[in-house]
Design a protein around this ligand. Structure first.
Ligand code: NAP
Length: 250
């Protein structure tokens, strides 16, 4: 198998479970030097142990910090710089889901969701792009969502935070292109991860019924698209939003 990420230094946020963990595993198989982030060091240690077991050659380290806290992001990137010295790929994957009808939404919920899902993308991209500029370019992949493109009832906060990710992606793509830094987004539909396990049975079935291909997506389906955008296979692709949703009509 051709390794698509040999010698590439990669930071994946939210790599402790779901799409982030699946992406870390796939990237390890493709020869990346990995730096894995989330808040819970225990879940990250499990992901690292599994990767090191399955890919003994892989170089995989934990950098735990809260992506919604600008000071913590700064300290996290200082640690990354000490360890890696440079960065080729950033996957802004960390995110939270906290649904509520608009009448029930609290200010705390709005602040927490936007800080975790949108502000985090700005904070991490700022430091990552500085590192990438120094080494001649790179690739940033942001996790948006189908809800950020078409909306859904009860998801004004989450949908708004994920629509913001698209605006950030398009602007950064234009701003950073001259520095050979590509910025793209992936917009998953309904993917089987700990995030979607929380959904009540009725909502789960409604989402499933709205998928033209008739089945829920796997974390590896999204990871494969992220791999494409991270690798030189997409060397001339920037400012795109790639839907990975099985034809979801929600
Ligand atoms: P998940 O299984 O809940 O994983 C989310 C990861 O993000 C965890 O490792 C979590 O670890 C980390 N995280 C959350 N807040 C963080 C913070 N403030 N700082 C650092 N890490 C943080 O979710 P997933 O389903 O894989 O989703 C991954 C991304 O895809 C998210 O951005 C999500 O919105 C997006 N997405 C998912 C779906 C889907 O159907 N699953 C659909 C569309 C978009 P800690 O709690 O330990 O920090």
């Amino acid at each position: 198998m051709e390794k698509l990420l040999s010698k590439k230094k990669v930071l994946i946020t939210g790599a402790g479970s779901g799409i982030g963990a699946a992406t870390a595993r796939l990237f390890a198989a493709h020869g990346a030097e990995l730096y894995l982030n989330a808040r819970d060091e225990l879940s990250l240690a499990e992901v690292v142990a599994q990767i090191q077991h399955d890919f003994p050659e892989s170089n995989c380290e934990v950098i735990a910090f809260d992506v919604s806290d600008p000071d913590a992001v700064k300290a996290g990137f200082q640690t990354l710089f000490k360890k890696a010295k440079s960065l080729d790929v950033l996957v802004n994957n960390a995110g939270i889901l906290d649904d509520a009808l608009i009448g029930m939404v609290s200010a705390k919920q709005v602040e927490r969701t936007f800080a975790s899902n949108s502000f985090s993308v700005l904070y991490c991209s700022q430091y990552a792009s500085r590192l990438m500029q120094r080494s001649g370019g790179g690739s940033i992949i942001n996790l948006s969502s189908i809800i950020g493109r078409v909306g859904n009832q009860g998801q004004a906060v989450y949908g708004g935070s994920k629509a913001a990710v698209i605006g950030i992606t398009l602007s950064l793509a234009k701003e950073l292109a001259a520095a050979q830094i590509r910025v793209n987004a992936v917009a998953p539909g309904f993917i089987e991860t700990p995030m979607t396990e929380q959904l009540p049975a009725e909502k789960y079935q409604q989402r499933l019924d709205s998928i033209a291909m008739g089945h829920i997506g796997k974390a590896t389906d999204v990871a494969n698209s992220i791999l494409f955008l991270a690798s030189d296979m997409s060397a001339y692709v920037t400012g795109q939003v790639l839907g990975v949703d099985g034809g979801m009509l929600i």
